[in-house]
Design a protein around this ligand. Structure first.
Ligand SMILES: NC(=O)c1ccc[n+]([C@@H]2O[C@H](COP(=O)([O-])OP(=O)(O)OC[C@H]3O[C@@H](n4cnc5c(N)ncnc54)[C@H](OP(=O)(O)O)[C@@H]3O)[C@@H](O)[C@H]2O)c1
Length: 283
């Protein structure tokens, strides 16, 4: 890792990522995301924290949105210490997000940066594992508000800032149970189906203008607190870490590779990290 001629030497401050970046199928330049401003929700933990740290490590300015200020501050401190970028923290409980709060966030982003080059919607509420017949009404509302309504509100409020970008990218983090329903996954499954629909409609509406690319990504089982809550008896060591999925999350932001060429994905795709991991291993 300390060999400066190694292709991942610029990630030596982030060994959990560098380990996987060694086998990435595309050579990514150290400043591949420089100049981009990307909002990551759920940035205090799990996939959100890994995405924010990865993007910042490649030069992006990240806006860290999450519920728990101390977790955002920890990610902010890590990024400030290990990268050349300066993140922005937005403590925000998405359960309480309304039109006015979303508009204020959009105003702040526009004032600070002029344009927004991406949103990665990782924040999510798992809710209880229970049959629909016994599913608590209040939990249904809380999961839907966090996982669907807040995503719509953010996309809606930040549309102008993204439309001002030369190329913006919205990533909706979905789930296996958002593509095939499964007993006892209740509002979480329904919310991820809704997210898939939102993603497809948004992609279709923005395809012709071509400035905003929209995707849904299913990480599959990943070593995070949410997975532990859903499968408490599972050995976390059997699961990929969030960093194992970062090549896909990087490529969706259209980085410049080491040859100065940009990688592009067709908008509207439903992507699956497990498939992508397979592809990376084959290449
Ligand atoms: N891990 C998996 O196996 C797996 C599989 C399929 C899909 N996913 C999806 O991957 C995404 C990331 O999940 P993860 O596994 O990384 O889970 P995680 O480690 O539990 O992180 C979830 C994040 O969402 C934030 N959050 C929850 N409710 C919020 C609210 N009301 N307002 C603002 N932020 C809120 C949490 O903030 P706090 O920490 O402050 O509470 C946390 O940062 C989610 O969309 C999840 O559905 C994960």
């Amino acid at each position: 890792m300390n060999d400066s001629s190694a292709p991942t030497a610029h990630l030596s401050h982030y060994p959990e990522l560098a380990e996987h970046a060694q086998s990435w199928s595309h050579p990514i330049a150290a400043d591949a995301l420089a100049g981009k401003v990307i909002l990551v929700t759920g940035a205090g933990a799990g996939l959100g924290a890994a995405t924010a740290k990865t993007y910042a490590s490649l030069g992006a300015t990240v806006v860290l949105l999450g519920r728990t200020r101390s977790k955002l501050e920890a990610v902010n401190d890590w990024i400030s210490e290990h990268t050349q970028t300066r993140p922005v923290i937005v403590p925000c409980d998405l359960e309480k997000l309304d039109v006015e709060t979303a508009a204020n966030l959009a105003d702040s982003v526009t004032e600070a940066f002029g344009a927004l080059d991406g949103i990665v919607h990782h924040a999510s509420r798992l809710g209880p594992r229970a049959p629909l017949a016994h599913y608590p009404n209040d939990e249904w509302q809380r999961v839907m508000q966090t996982n669907v309504n807040a995503v719509f509100l953010l996309n809606h409020a930040l549309f102008g800032a993204m439309d001002a970008s030369k190329r913006a990218c919205v990533v909706h983090t979905s789930s296996t149970v958002g593509r095939q329903g499964r007993a006892y996954w209740g509002a979480y499954a329904a919310s991820k189906f809704a997210l898939e629909g939102l993603s497809q409609v948004f992609a279709d509406e923005t395809e012709v203008a071509g400035r905003i690319k929209v995707f849904s990504v299913n990480p599959g089982g990943t070593r995070t607190a949410m997975r532990k809550a859903a499968y408490p008896l599972e050995d976390p060591q059997t699961l990929p870490t969030p960093e194992a999925h970062m090549e896909l999350f990087v490529l969706l932001q259209q980085p410049m590779n080491s040859d100065g060429e940009a990688v592009e994905f067709v908008t509207g795709q439903q992507l699956d990290c497990r498939d992508w991991l397979g592809k990376v291993q084959i290449v």
